[in-house]
Design a protein around this ligand. Structure first.
Ligand code: KIV
Length: 266
């Protein structure tokens, strides 16, 4: 039986140079696999909108959807730290509204913390939540909810100016009270610099090997999501191929009257 991971555990792991492991889950079954594999952090990401619900971007994801998926995930989670994403427009308006929405997510879903995208513009909202007892994970670099501002899912922080802004934002988020920051799709050396300058852990996705931890979308690393294949998402399986092969076999067996067999009948 493992030990419960808390935001304090993550801080200690950074101090001791122990890498933090994180993956996404949207349902109870997958959350169970992650929990049994002793993953440190489970994120109910708003990637659920694209990967699970087939939407073009993460923008349409609602608070109710995040609550629904987090409730399902929560049923399988004991030791991993459970983080729920705050959807687009649930934390941008003002700190009061952010607190109401974050509070609702924690109360109704069982999440232990929330994640928000953005830098200094969300600092007051972060502090408002943290002061009310809601731990907040930050998210900088390629922040997918801003896709229409970026125009594409390209690497962020490549110029000196953009890199300096990201470092500044990371420091502001730490000061605002974030317990960790996701760094998405930024140059490895910039992620290294940010990770070294911060006391709180960084969790990278497409940010090289020097961050304090790594996160991937589970459906990417299992080779289930085929729409696009990010360069940074190492595939540990080609599950989509296997699943389709099995379904084809089933279809053939039914058509050929090879299923069910005598042993599978009563
Ligand atoms: O929504 C998500 O799954 C995320 C991770 C990719 C960090 O934000």
């Amino acid at each position: 039986m493992g030990k419960k991971t808390t935001i304090k555990t993550l801080r200690k792991m950074k101090k001791h140079g122990e890498k933090i492991t994180a993956l996404t889950a949207y349902d109870s079954l997958f959350a169970g696999f992650l929990e049994e594999s002793e993953i440190d952090v489970i994120l109910v990401g708003d990637s659920v909108g694209m990967v699970y619900a087939g939407q073009e971007t993460t923008i349409p994801v609602t608070i109710d959807e995040i609550i629904y998926h987090t409730k399902a995930v929560k049923r399988s989670v004991k030791n991993s730290l459970l983080v729920a994403d705050m959807p687009f427009m649930s934390y941008e308006v003002n700190p009061d509204e952010t607190l109401i929405n974050a509070g609702r997510i924690l109360k109704e879903s069982g999440a232990e913390s929330v994640k928000m995208e953005g830098g200094k513009e969300i600092a007051d909202s972060v502090t408002r939540c943290v002061n009310a007892g809601i731990p907040v994970m930050g998210h900088l670099g390629l922040t997918p909810q801003s896709i229409h501002k970026f125009g594409s899912y390209k690497v962020q922080g490549k110029s000196k100016k953009a890199g300096e802004k990201l470092l500044k934002d990371a420091i502001v988020l730490q000061k605002a009270g974030c317990f960790a920051i996701v760094l998405e799709k930024i140059p490895a050396l910039l992620a290294k610099e940010i990770s070294e300058k911060l006391d709180i852990p960084t969790i990278g996705i497409g940010a090289g090997k020097h961050t304090d931890g790594q996160i991937l979308v589970t459906y990417d690393m299992l080779g289930m999501f085929e729409k696009f294949k990010p360069k940074f998402a190492r595939r540990y399986m080609e599950l989509a191929t296997e699943i389709k092969k099995s379904i084809k076999e089933y279809v053939k067996d039914v058509k050929d009257n090879n299923f069910p067999s005598k042993d599978e009948s009563f």
